[in-house]
Design a protein around this ligand. Structure first.
Ligand SMILES: Nc1ncnc2c1ncn2[C@@H]1O[C@H](COP(=O)(O)OP(=O)(O)OP(=O)(O)O)[C@@H](O)[C@H]1O
Ligand SMILES: [Mg+2]
Length: 397
């Protein structure tokens, strides 16, 4: 797929900006701070309804404006779709497809798919487990948009159940602070009976998310290993595994069916109930899980060098791209300021890996950092303008 047009109004630093794009490589070059990342962040938002830099929408709306608009014209398998998003401060965001309103923004997921590489990706390797969970969930949604619903259902259940554990803690404890047994007793205190209902919801929605993540890790691992070996051929090979709060040892021990996972989650919830009540937190479920990244024999986090961590993060993004591609959805590739961080061999390796993609958008502060293998249309970004330099002016006689 490719983006033919992309425009923004009051998005980040841009009152207005419009890009006319083509398949192939497009490079946006401009000084630091002129708004290059802002533009590709908008493209990422149109594809995923999230920013790779911030978790709230507030900073996305231009300071002083009430609303930001993003518009894209997406071409895919000979079909053309217009997608439009309104990011509103203080009220619900809205979306339109071919100018017709859709009932919720989530309905546009899947129209534009993109994989964005950015300096922030270093956090995939060096950051908290939540970064890696977010990576998995976002890729899951990019592959199968219905997981947006699964994820939001799980988050809701988790919030409710956690709130119940916190507020009901004193009521659920027996005399002298010991928690009561939890049998299916008609005389159960209300809170405990309610907790059992939420256990069921957590296990059901959690199992759906877990099954998706499990399948994703299995599918992604070989692509990531291959990409890393190409970008960093002299480093040890990498490994991906999934450690769940079910106490299983890696992805190999995790059942693949959502039904089996649901049963395991319920079992585990019963085991930890006493601790959960004591601590007032939800201890079991995909929100506690970890995508484990290994370099050679040990964990990457805390051991991998800066360059290796960066190569690992790139490998995860390249693997995402190749996985989506294998599903027959070629996403738009966005490389935000990634070449400045790489030595020349790695630049070349990355350029070769992405140069065959249907559409690649690259940003760079220094044009020479972009390897010649990624030759394409160059836009100059600056002074609140994006300019596509035309043919060289004819010299005056
Ligand atoms: N909501 C906003 N309203 C107005 N300006 C904003 C907003 N959010 C960010 N900016 C401005 O956007 C600019 C940063 O833009 P951006 O990150 O796209 O730069 P860049 O061209 O990618 O630079 P670099 O080469 O350093 O990565 C900053 O000057 C920042 O103040
Ligand atoms: Mg930038």
């Amino acid at each position: 797929m490719y983006l033919r047009r992309f425009s923004v109004t009051d998005f980040r630093s841009w009152p207005e900006a419009e890009l006319e794009l083509e398949p192939g490589v497009t490079v946006l070059v401009g000084a630091n701070g002129v708004g290059k990342t802002n533009l590709v962040e908008g493209i990422g938002y149109l594809a995923s309804l999230g920013s790779h830099r911030v978790s709230s929408d507030v900073p996305l709306i231009r300071r002083g404006a009430e609303q930001a608009l993003l518009r894209g014209e997406v071409h895919h398998h000979g079909r053309k779709l217009g997608v439009e998003l309104e990011i509103n401060s203080g009220k619900q965001n809205r979306a339109r497809v071919n100018r017709s309103p859709v009932s919720r923004p989530r309905d546009v997921l899947g129209i534009l798919r993109s994989v964005l590489f950015a300096p922030e990706d270093l956090a995939l390797v060096r950051g908290d487990p939540s970064e890696r969970r977010r990576f998995l969930d976002e890729l899951l949604v990019a592959r199968f948009p219905r997981y947006a619903g699964v994820r939001s259902d799980y988050d809701k259940v988790l919030r409710q159940r956690s709130a119940l554990l916190k507020t009901a803690k004193p009521a659920l404890r027996g005399p002298r602070g010991r928690s009561r047994p939890a049998p299916a007793d008609p005389d159960l205190p209300d809170d405990l009976a309610t907790l059992e209902v939420w256990d069921g919801h957590l296990a059901r929605t959690g199992a759906a998310l877990l099954a998706g993540r499990r399948e994703l890790v299995v599918a992604l691992a070989p692509y990531a290993q291959d990409a890393f070996a190409r970008i960093a051929p002299s480093s040890d090979p990498i490994g991906l595994d999934y450690r769940s709060s079910l106490g299983t040892d890696g992805v190999a021990e995790l059942p693949s069916s959502a039904g089996d996972l649901e049963a395991l989650l319920l079992e585990r919830l019963a085991e930890v109930r006493k601790q959960e009540i004591e601590r007032g937190v939800c201890l079991v479920g995909p929100h506690r899980d970890e995508l484990e990244l290994a370099l050679g024999e040990g964990p990457a986090k805390g051991y991998a060098s800066h360059g290796e961590s960066w190569a690992f993060a790139l490998a995860l993004r390249l693997a995402s791209y190749r996985l989506l591609h294998a599903d027959d959805v070629e996403p738009v590739l966005v490389l935000d300021d990634v070449f400045a961080e790489l030595d020349s061999d790695r630049r070349r390796a990355l350029a070769e890996l992405v140069s065959g993609a249907e559409q690649v958008l690259v940003t760079a502060a220094v044009g020479e950092d972009v390897p010649p293998e990624l030759d394409g249309v160059r836009f100059a970004v600056g002074d609140q303008k994006v300019v596509r330099p035309g043919a060289a002016p004819v010299a005056e006689p």
